[in-house]
Structures are given as C-alpha cells and as structure tokens.
Design a protein around this ligand. Structure first.
Ligand SMILES: [Zn+2]
Length: 263
C-alpha cells in the first residue's frame, strides 16, 4: 500500500501541472461525469495530506486515495496513449505531459466543505510543515489501543502505513501491543521525530528505506532492495537472530521481535 512518503512525492512531482489548463478524461468510463466537470479547467494547486491527494480546481477538489491497489503513472507528451484501463487521465494542455490513475480506492470530486471535512477527520501529517504533534500526543494519552493499532489510525497520525509501522516500532524497541497511552512524552517525541525523518527519507528516495547507512556501511542509494527494511517480510530479527513474530494487527500483517521489542 502506498504510504505517506509516496503520496507526498506524487504531490511534489505534480507541481509541474499547477497553473495548467488540463484535458481530463476517464478512459475506463467510471469517472466520466467528474472528468467532464474538470475538463478544460485550470489546476490551482496540488496538495497531499496523509494518504490523500487533493487537486484543487475551482470550485471543486479532485480527491484521490490510492488504497491498496492504486497507482499513478506519469507520461511524457510523446508517450501518451489513452490506456483504457485508467480511471483518470489528466493532460497539461501546455506541454502535453500527463498522468494516469489506476485502481484507486477513491477518485471523486469534493466541494470546499467536503474537503475541509476530510482534512478535519485526518490526524496531523508527519510530512507537512504545519503538523502539530500536540494533537497526536493528546489523542495518544487517551488511547486504549496498542501502538501497532494506533500508528495506523489515520485520524490520530497521518501517513504511516503497514511497512513503516513495523519498522518504526522495531527501531524504537517498542512492542506493538504496548498501550499507546503508556508512552512518556519523551518516548512520544522520539517516535514522532523518527517517523517524520523516515518518511522524509522515503519521500526523497521515492522508496521506503529504514536501514541506516551506518548499519549497512553504505549509502542509501547503494542499498539492495532487500536491505532497505529491517523486519518487514523478514524471517529473522536482524539484531538478535530470533524468529520474528508475524501477526495481524488492525487488519494488516505486522512483523516484530519479541526479544528485542520488549519496551
Ligand atoms: Zn531481536
């Protein structure tokens, strides 16, 4: 599942479409009316919030959530073809560049009220400069959920997905069943900083990389795909060698080491 780093990366990359009058189509026909409404309008801004992409037109917002299966592909002008499997095609009329959207969980138009309501329901987004950790801290103190569940709750903290969850808790030596409300302020601050740093690395490299260059003795660019993460889909703990526990937590599979993550 695309996690927050990828969504922010898409929003960064799609800044090139801002200010463009765009051609909008729904090749698979499932977003036909929305596409008609947006066609020939000017894109005002592109923004990411957690796992949500928001393309502001006037007066409506195009809201995209990729869910588990969704993807977005960029096409240079000369490679354009209207792939009939795509839900959405947005083409810059100035340059001919375009992007295609496949298998999204959501592709819909929001009124300005609905846009505000969506953002209101989302917790602070670790990758946004305006993210307020106090909101998450307050929710955490009241929470009866385990950490593994809390970190995936997008209404408490936005942007962390399944892979980052396992990796962050491993790096912090925290057990996923530890009650979120039991963290000290210092532990919370460390968690917030680590999660924000890792997501920023992911956004920069366009890949989830939680292994540090120090640990592997090589820069992130040279890490093999299988070296980039520490516990996600691994068999053994990279630190103590014990078999990792694999368990469904909040409907997603989590990996953790019972021996190392006792905190
Ligand atoms: Zn271990």
């Amino acid at each position: 599942m695309p996690e927050g780093h990828l969504i922010h990366r898409v929003a960064d990359d799609h800044q090139i479409f801002v200010g463009a009058t765009v051609k909008v189509r729904s090749p698979d026909g499932r977003f036909m009316f929305g596409a008609e409404e947006l066609d020939s309008q000017t894109l005002q801004s592109v923004d990411a919030w957690g796992k949500h992409l928001l393309y502001q037109f006037k007066p409506k917002t195009l809201h995209i959530h990729l869910g588990l299966e969704g993807s977005i592909r960029f096409r240079k002008a000369h490679t354009l073809h209207e792939d009939q499997r795509a839900r959405l095609l947005v083409q810059d009329e100035r340059t001919g560049d375009s992007f295609l959207l496949y298998n999204p969980l959501h592709c819909e138009l929001l009124s300005s009220f609905a846009r505000k309501d969506l953002i209101r329901r989302l917790g602070p987004d670790l990758l946004r400069p305006d993210a307020d950790p106090e909101i998450t801290w307050t929710l955490m103190q009241r929470s009866q959920a385990g950490l593994g569940e809390f970190l995936l709750d997008q209404s408490c903290i936005s942007g962390i997905g399944n892979i980052y969850r396992s990796e962050i808790l491993f790096l912090l030596r925290m057990h996923p069943h530890r009650r979120a409300g039991s963290l000290t302020r210092e532990e919370f601050d460390t968690l917030w900083r680590l999660a924000a740093d890792l997501l920023e690395v992911g956004r920069h490299h366009n890949a989830i990389i939680t292994a540090s260059p120090k640990r592997l003795g090589k820069p992130r660019e040279q890490m093999h795909r299988s070296e980039r993460v520490l516990v996600y889909r691994k068999r053994e703990c990279p630190d103590c060698g014990a078999l990792l526990t694999v368990e469904r937590i909040a409907n997603r599979t989590a990996w953790f080491c019972e021996r190392c993550q006792s905190g």
